[in-house]
Design a protein around this ligand. Structure first.
Ligand code: DGY
Length: 449
């Protein structure tokens, strides 16, 4: 008994230290203008999905910063409801491609006060707002914040359903790999094989800051830039992009985030009252989205959700950590959830591996060090943890949580982590940017749950 409580006492002291370290990372990355950079050098601006995760971390100890993080992002919203993936709040020479490449001003409704990209990122803001509400002790204060900002998030969802769903399925498309968040996933290799972009001349900045073997290749960047060039030729018109972009994908991670956030907006509108029309609209989107999601993106044979290539009209049949993200949004039936968990444990859950690699470790495309081609990401693990809890897989959820904490303890607050346990005997195991904001923010949230 004594041994037992001693062990737990030590654990909580360790967690306390980790939380303090995480707060230092977050506080150092918070900028005067009211937003956080994901990390120094490599990512010197505000990123859309990062800001949602970061705000959840801040909500545990600095509500003002949590609110500012979201409000600063929403200030950059466009006239059509669109919220960009990067907001270039400052000048910086450590990032390519910057605002002079993206040229968001080409779009007639872009926000001319906030230069940005002309692409978006997974819509996490809705559920981030609900979590901030749940975490915050001062409900009155946070309720006022929700009242002032929720309609902007609603308009962002309206933008998606009205402009990104050409076949009216309730599933929205992304037109660029950077919109997925899983930037260089091996899933996109099949799309790159359909393209032959020019060899652009440009100077990368990321590969001066991070070992190039951990980042996308030059040829991959040619593809990334080419899609943007096509969008720019048409002033970022959604209709033209839907017609012409070589990359047009229904992504299970992106659509799960939208569905999760729809649910949060419904819950928050109920809390603030007087918004029956919006609640009804959200419920309609929700019913249609979930039904199409399960009929179109669920691959019975693989026992997992997969991406759908809308440009080439075919499923992209690969299992990645995105395949399990629908658990977080309550999309699978109980039976589907069981199959998903079995698939995950069979492919990703060996004893000598940390959960959960970002790409199928059994595939020849798996690369344990290269960004989204294999490493573990804390934000995906965090979603997986809550999804598994919701469906009653308590032990596996605990493993995802303790694996995430252990990775950060061993390597530090890195951007991504090697899933192979043996690596940590001789190497650091943490890759990409260091002192990475969402690894810190979500660690705080995980430990507090
Ligand atoms: C990058 O530059 O790699 C970013 O992640 C794009 O969002």
């Amino acid at each position: 008994m004594l041994m037992h409580s001693f062990k737990y006492q030590n654990l909580s002291i360790m967690n306390k230290d980790l939380i303090n370290d995480a707060k230092i990372v977050l506080n150092n990355n918070f900028q005067e203008k009211g937003y956080s950079i994901p990390c120094k050098g490599l990512y010197p601006f505000q990123w859309k999905w990062d800001s949602g995760f970061i705000a959840i971390g801040f909500a545990h100890y600095d509500l003002d910063k949590a609110k500012q993080e979201i409000e600063t992002l929403l200030n950059a919203q466009w006239g059509n409801g669109f919220i960009p993936h990067i907001v270039f709040h400052v000048e910086s020479d450590t990032y390519f491609p910057g605002k002079d490449f993206h040229l968001s001003k080409l779009h007639p409704l872009s926000n001319k006060d906030y230069p940005s990209t002309g692409m978006t990122q997974p819509p996490v803001t809705g559920f981030a707002m609900e979590m901030i509400y749940d975490i915050a002790e001062n409900k009155k204060d946070v309720k006022a914040f929700i009242e002032n900002n929720i309609d902007k998030v609603y308009l962002n969802h309206k933008y998606f359903y009205e402009n990104r769903d050409p076949q009216n399925e309730g599933l929205v498309y992304i037109y660029h790999n950077w919109e997925s968040g899983t930037d260089n996933s091996p899933i996109w290799d099949d799309i790159w094989a359909t393209m032959n972009p020019p060899e652009y001349e440009f100077t990368r900045r990321d590969t001066n800051l991070v070992d190039p073997s951990q980042r996308p290749s030059k040829r991959e960047y040619d593809h990334y830039l080419h899609i943007i060039e096509i969008a720019k030729q048409h002033n970022y018109s959604d209709e033209k992009i839907a017609e012409l972009s070589p990359f047009l994908v229904q992504d299970p991670l992106f659509n799960s985030m939208l569905i999760k956030s729809n649910e949060s907006l419904i819950a928050l509108y109920k809390i603030i009252g007087n918004n029956e029309d919006k609640i009804e609209q959200l419920q309609q989107w929700q019913t249609k989205s979930i039904s199409s999601f399960n009929s179109k993106l669920y691959d019975k044979e693989l026992g997992a959700y997969v991406h759908y290539d809308l440009r080439n009209e075919k499923p992209l049949r690969f299992v990645s950590s995105s395949s399990f993200s629908p658990l977080f949004a309550g999309i699978p039936t109980k039976e589907q959830a069981k199959t998903l968990v079995d698939t995950m444990m069979n492919k990703f859950g060996a004893d000598d591996m940390y959960l959960c690699a970002s790409f199928d470790p059994e595939s020849e495309r798996f690369n344990p060090k290269k960004y989204w081609r294999g490493p573990v990401w804390i934000n995906l693990n965090w979603m997986l943890y809550f999804g598994l809890l919701d469906y009653g897989y308590l032990e596996i959820a605990e493993r995802v949580k303790s694996d995430s904490i252990e990775l950060i303890e061993k390597a530090g607050f890195y951007e991504y982590f090697d899933a192979r346990k043996s690596v940590y005997e001789t190497e650091k195991g943490g890759y990409g940017g260091g002192n990475f904001s969402w690894s810190a923010a979500l660690l705080i949230d995980l430990i507090n749950n």
